[in-house]
Write a protein that binds this ligand. Sequence first.
Ligand SMILES: [Zn+2]
Ligand SMILES: [Zn+2]
Length: 322
Amino acid sequence: MKAAVLEGIKNLKIKNVPDIKNVPDGYVKIEIKSVGICGSDIHYYEYGRIGDFVVNKPMILGHETAGIIENPGNSKKFKKGDIVAIEPGIPCGHCEYCKRGDYNLCNYIKFHATPPVDGSMQKFIVYPEDFVYRAYPLTTEEACLAEPMSVGVFAVKRSGMRFGKRALVIGSGSVGIMTAIAIESTGSEPVLCDIDNNKINIAKSLKYMAFKNDEINDEYDYVFECSGYGSEFALKHTSRGGILVLIGMGNENIDALVAITKGITIKGIFRYANIYGISLELIKKNRKKLKIFQSNIIPMNDLPAFLRYKKYNKFFKTIVEL
Ligand SMILES: [Zn+2]
Ligand SMILES: [Zn+2]
């Protein structure tokens, strides 16, 4: 079967890898249809690593995944042909974090396209049904958005945000927009900002209030940092006693004195747990807004050139079709 294999830095090949025939109990075989390209896929392609995660041997890319059940095995939940979204991490299920439900923090989690674990840009995968979600009536292009949506929904859940608040979302790329959709769903109001005019215009076209970073003057009770722009700006615009949620990487240096003297609670977001079902519901309610995420759909064969010529810079989001 065909797969998109990262063989080294700036070296992606579409090649044949062995198909998996055996479907163990509790697993289903899925024909992969749509995989969103994430910043992390691009980062592994360009640099071969993210922090301590280093690509030392060939790795299949992709973790924002949807497909169709090919073989439901002994599943009572699925039948052949069901459209499904795949949650890309399989936690150990036994550690302290798994047992208390924080399985995103599991030390032993096998997360798609995080070395050395292969991702999902391959024609078929065999996967535990517990991490597979029925997505009907969504298309696979919509269902694969459950991954970035889960980051936004989990961030808003962890912030403890309630009805009738104003929140600042720093960064209006994919995760920023997903976070804004999640904030709206709580009955609160997001204000987005970015340094990039294109992204501001996209947020405005979705009827959000959106500004250049330097046009932001107020402080907000809830601030979601999705840009990696740095925590100084984020701390400055968090009100006294407010909550600052850090989602984007690149916020490593925090001026603790500002956080202390303003009494700010800082919450870090690492992936998500127990959120995929809610994310899919939100996608169903926001199908029109999410069209922008489906504006560039390419066949897997075009992916090597897409990465080589850095075409991703031109698009808000790209989805690979298998
Ligand atoms: Zn992603
Ligand atoms: Zn665990």
